[in-house]
Write a protein that binds this ligand. Structure first.
Ligand code: HEC
Ligand code: HEC
Ligand code: HEC
Ligand code: HEC
Ligand code: HEC
Length: 284
């Protein structure tokens, strides 16, 4: 053999082996990066829409609640996109001549709906459900970001499996009182800004969780309770009013998300991280 292949070709063979190895590794790394890149996950992109609908104007500016338009978010797996009728509640009177709104008026006149481009879109083999998250105290902003500050909608999170699992393995970090799920600006309690939480012991109009009421001032001051109830979303008012009746609201003081998370995991009967990360939860 040595006569046919001299020393240098031996080295060459070794070189090319190493080179192939390196290329394979590099390819693997690139593919992995690509898989996580915003180009693949669509994170942060603002797709073209038939109407440049602004959440910033309608939520922050006009003070509309999410449920006004996404009516099924508490009750079903889908949050739902509003029909043209919802827009016409106002736009049959406001901005009636604006060119921007022409597709809205046309769709109303023709009786068909506007075809919005989906911003979030999980693959079909992954099961997701809004109602369970919302009823167990995961806020819209935790997954969708500050929607009230978005002139045009974009996807804030990657929605990759890793992202889901990150929370399922340690949900306590991301839980808040159910009364605060729509609050875009909610912040975890701290020693400087503690909160007091109590349960009414009554099932509120939600299927899975007891309502936990939290307030930002020592509950002994009667005024504080009233003030905080004023700030609840309208759909929660009925439940909150019942909680106002002289009942048995026993409050606990919380100064960290850690402690609040542990308390809410118990109140909401959240499954263990192990159960929540098993494949059948999301792949049925
Ligand atoms: C006046 C009606 C209205 C209100 C109020 C409203 N939305 Fe929307 N929302 C829409 C419309 C219309 C779309 C579809 C167009 C788009 O994506 O911008 C949409 C889209 C979305 C999407 C993306 C849907 C997709 O295609 O993946 C999310 C997430 C969302 N809204 C969250 C919220 C949250 C959170 C709130 C409350 C803070 C809220 N919305 C309040 C009308 C509304
Ligand atoms: C509660 C009343 C109300 C509803 C419901 C409503 N709008 Fe509006 N919309 C307004 C008002 C008021 C303005 C003017 C806002 C401004 O100039 O700050 C506006 C402005 C707009 C504009 C102009 C651009 C902008 O954001 O300033 C568009 C486009 C628009 N709306 C689309 C929609 C669509 C689509 C829907 C239904 C999904 C809808 N609106 C539902 C009240 C409403
Ligand atoms: C745990 C994370 C999470 C929370 C909390 C959450 N969403 Fe979503 N949302 C998603 C995911 C994931 C999708 C994509 C679902 C799909 O493609 O099947 C989505 C899709 C949407 C859509 C598009 C229509 C649909 O139903 O697929 C709207 C609108 C929406 N969310 C609104 C809201 C509102 C309003 C809230 C708060 C009340 C909220 N979401 C809370 C993760 C979340
Ligand atoms: C910020 C935290 C958080 C994120 C992010 C999150 N989840 Fe969840 N998820 C929860 C909590 C809390 C529950 C309720 C668990 C319980 O009640 O035991 C839950 C429950 C579920 C359930 C159980 C529904 C049922 O009826 O058994 C499914 C399915 C699910 N999540 C899918 C997903 C998927 C898919 C994603 C990613 C696209 C996701 N979740 C992202 C917190 C989260
Ligand atoms: C909390 C929800 C959740 C759980 C639990 C979960 N997955 Fe996933 N999985 C997802 C989502 C969401 C996607 C889609 C990700 C995407 O679009 O990039 C996915 C994608 C996948 C894929 C496609 C390839 C990929 O990585 O994108 C495979 C394979 C997979 N999951 C296997 C599993 C196995 C095996 C388990 C159990 C050990 C599991 N999953 C548990 C949510 C989950």
């Amino acid at each position: 053999m040595a006569q046919i292949f001299d020393r240098s070709s031996n080295a060459l063979a070794r070189m090319s082996l190493i080179l192939t190895g390196l290329i394979v590794i590099a390819l693997g790394v690139t593919l992995d990066q690509l898989q996580r890149s915003p180009w693949v996950t669509r994170q942060g992109q603002r797709p073209d829409q038939p109407v440049p609908f602004s959440h910033k104007h309608h939520v922050q500016g006009l003070g509309l609640q999410c449920q006004y338009c996404h009516i099924s978010v508490e009750k079903s797996s889908y949050a739902g996109i509003p029909p043209t009728k919802t827009c016409m509640n106002c736009h049959s009177q406001i901005w009636t001549n604006a060119n921007l709104l022409l597709p809205v008026r046309t769709s109303w006149a023709m009786g068909n709906s506007i075809t919005w481009t989906k911003v979030h879109d999980l693959p079909d083999y992954a099961y997701f459900n809004h109602s369970i998250h919302v009823n167990k105290g995961v806020g819209c902003a935790t997954c969708h970001g500050r929607v009230d500050q978005m002139p045009l909608m974009y996807q804030q999170s990657t929605l990759q499996m890793e992202w889901c699992l990150n929370c399922h393995r340690n949900p306590g970090r991301n839980l808040r009182p159910t009364t605060e799920v729509y609050n875009m600006a909610w912040q975890s309690p701290t020693t400087e800004k503690p909160i007091w939480c109590g349960t009414s012991g009554l099932k509120a109009g939600v299927p899975t969780a007891q309502t936990v009421n939290c307030i930002a001032a020592e509950p002994t001051q009667a005024g504080a309770q009233v003030a905080s109830l004023e700030m609840l979303p309208t759909s929660q008012h009925a439940a909150a009013d019942t909680a106002m009746v002289p009942v048995s609201l026993s409050y606990t003081r919380f100064t960290s998300q850690d402690a609040l998370g542990k308390y809410l995991i118990q109140q909401y009967n959240i499954r263990t991280p192990r159960e929540l990360s098993s494949c059948e939860v999301c792949h049925r």
